[in-house]
Design a protein around this ligand. Sequence first.
Ligand code: SDX
Length: 430
Amino acid sequence: MSNTAKFDLDGTVYEFPTLEGCEGEKAIDISTLRSKTGYITLDDGYGNTGSCSSAITFIDGDKGILRYRGIPIEELAEKSTFIEVAYLLIYGHLPKRSEMRKFSDMLTENQILHENMKHHFEGFPDHSHPMAMLSSMINASSCFYPGLMGPASRDRFDKHAARLISQVRTIAAFSYRKSRGLPITYPKPAYKYTPNFLHMMFSEPYAEYEPKVEVLRALDLIFLLHADHEQNCSTSTVRMVASSQANLFASAAAGVCALWGPLHGGANQAVIEMLQEIHTSGDDGRRFIEEAKDKNSGKRLMGFGHRVYRNYDPRAKIIKGACDALFKALKISDPLLEIAQRLEDAALHDSYFVERKLYPNVDFYSGIIMRAIGIPTEMFTVLFAIGRMPGWIANFKEIIEDPKSRINRPRQVYVGPTLSHYVPMAEREE
Ligand code: SDX
């Protein structure tokens, strides 16, 4: 690989250094491009632009590879847990026993919201979307932690990170209960992360929710598989906000907002709505596939395609397997799963999808598992946010610990009106 890139601009040749990541990612460092040449680059959607160097997650989209701190997602899915992976992503290594105990204790100690937060829940109208509640409650909860506004310190960071990971789950469960007019259920100190979430979601004053071990494993796997995914839209948003030295909760609340979009984390809800539309219309899926190929239909095969994966999303493969295992264990079936499998099979043999290298992504089957667990559709993206929180926190930490970090401030190519002047109202047309 050459260690410089040469640009011939207006008859002058400029040289810029190139660099290569530890997995062969090649880049041209254009940090002096504008000062040297007066030019900027333009890259709509940042498809070719690296915003940072990061040591957290590696994806090879052509080979369908995903690794958290170098460990393949398949190994973590089989052998690890969501909370152990959260520690790995944030602190960069698998925790020792003592570190895992301390981390788990911090999550337990920080799982309760400030009681005054309940007034915020009271203010939301019934049937408010839980993603709206989640983003506002994460930001609101920062009001109760003045320490957040101070300069970042390691101890302070550790406590705020544990608080955010633990409380995002509590806020999510409380939002669900509020949206259904149900009394909120407090977490139990004796319960671990995922069982406590299901307890807060589904236990009633008259009956404890007793999750099956297969359900616990499936939900913990869903969280684990969503834990990070390099510079996706919401993680880049978290880094953007963190680059201004805003606090961790403000950065995470911004991440929730970006994740909500149906092209991103909102796709898991959109997939189920799509499958339900196909199911109720009596279509066997073929009509919908044709519509998804027609640009004028305004429809897309939700859960398919990815900016980085030009191969099967490894998480989709794992979730599909977990889906089959859960349905067998619970002895249940779901017509939407059969429709999803038919759609996948049809699309993977259709030249439109094959030519564009569109494969199932993490959202295609995740909603089917969450439905089987009893999670309501409007909560799917909230669970994506719970899973993604450790990845957002790890990226936030990478920024605050980088002495070279500077505020993110992209340039633009201006295409608006050239110089014009103010026209007083009296001189304007009626
Ligand atoms: C996530 O970035 C991440 O890492 C995200 C994520 C994470 O973990 O953080 O992996 C999570 O967001 C997964 C993606 C969830 N979104 C969806 O499932 C929504 C459906 N997918 C698409 O909207 C789309 O594939 C995107 C948004 C995922 C990617 O969009 P791109 O990279 O901008 O691709 P594009 O829109 O430019 O599409 C390229 C071509 C176009 O056709 P042509 O103009 O070349 O003829 O493929 C077509 C698109 O019309 N296309 C689809 C399609 N996805 C792309 N056509 C039909 N159905 C689809 N799903």
